[in-house]
Design a binder for this molecule. Structure first.
Ligand code: APR
Length: 236
């Protein structure tokens, strides 16, 4: 069985990391302006504000822990491998909670908060402390060019060729904890359906594209994902 899982902010919500859009209007983008803090133009206009925004999120991440949903996906990866199956785990999240829960192959299509990228030489390195314009790039020695290794609005997500190849080769597409509002990730379910691939949505509540999914499971990810993984591994 080859399963393609796409995760979004909802899988990390119970680890204390915020989601971006929710009906209560308390999401990150209800409190912060994404055009000022998550675009190349916003970074060029006010880099200090962007660094402060991501420095706060980086500190929150370092204080957070994976939840039962992250651990369940790590069990699924190992369990499928034992059965000559395969899990492709693609996340829209920039946190490292999948890796800390034991997932070994994670594709971060929107980048990683615990890495920095040099806009002068493109080198990407692990970065766990605050980041500022004063920091120097270890590779090229330039100062003032380091940014979070995060894909901003208007920028191309990472590893899309690998992602579409894995999606086309899968037997089941599962979206977990995502509102399905940001492309290209939001288009994966339609791509899967066009290829005759079964689809499943696991979320707190129906996403806007719920009608596109063959199977739906709703509730907190820390409960719904372990139950779903147990069912998948029981199928053998
Ligand atoms: N368990 C499961 N799902 C949850 C939980 C939970 N405990 N809490 C919230 N959710 C669901 C919400 O119902 C919502 O559908 O998670 C989803 C989160 O949606 P968004 O906040 O829009 O996050 P996401 O879909 O990951 O956003 C995609 O938008 O701003 C960009 O780059 C950012 O990667 C992000 C992208």
């Amino acid at each position: 069985m080859r399963i393609f899982v796409l995760t979004g902010a909802g899988i990390s919500a119970e680890s204390g990391l915020g989601t971006f859009r929710d009906k209560a209007g308390t999401g990150i983008w209800a409190r912060f302006d994404p055009m000022k803090l998550a675009t190349p133009e916003g970074f060029a206009r006010d880099p200090e504000a962007v660094h402060a925004f991501y420095n706060t999120r980086r500190r929150n991440l370092l204080a957070a822990e994976p939840n039962e949903a992250h651990f369940a996906l790590a069990r699924l990866e190992a369990g499928l491998a034992e059965r000559s199956g395969m899990l492709t785990l693609v996340t829209q999240n920039i946190d490292d909670l999948h890796e800390r829960a034991g997932s070994r192959n994670v594709v971060h299509m929107h980048g990683e908060l615990l890495k920095s990228r040099c806009a002068a030489c493109d080198s990407v390195v692990d970065w766990r402390q605050d980041l500022s314009l004063e920091d120097q790039c270890e590779a090229c020695g330039e100062t003032g060019h380091l940014r979070p290794h995060v894909v901003w609005f208007g920028e191309m997500p990472l590893a899309l060729d690998q992602i579409y190849g894995a999606l086309a080769a899968s037997d089941l597409f599962v979206a977990i904890g995502t509102s399905g509002t940001v492309y290209p990730a939001a288009g994966f379910v339609a791509q899967a359906r066009a290829l005759g691939i079964a689809t499943c949505e696991i979320n707190l509540e129906p996403s806007d594209d719920a009608r596109l999914f063959d199977e739906c499971r709703y509730g907190p990810a820390s409960e719904t994902v372990p139950a779903w993984v147990q069912d998948m591994l029981r199928q053998g």
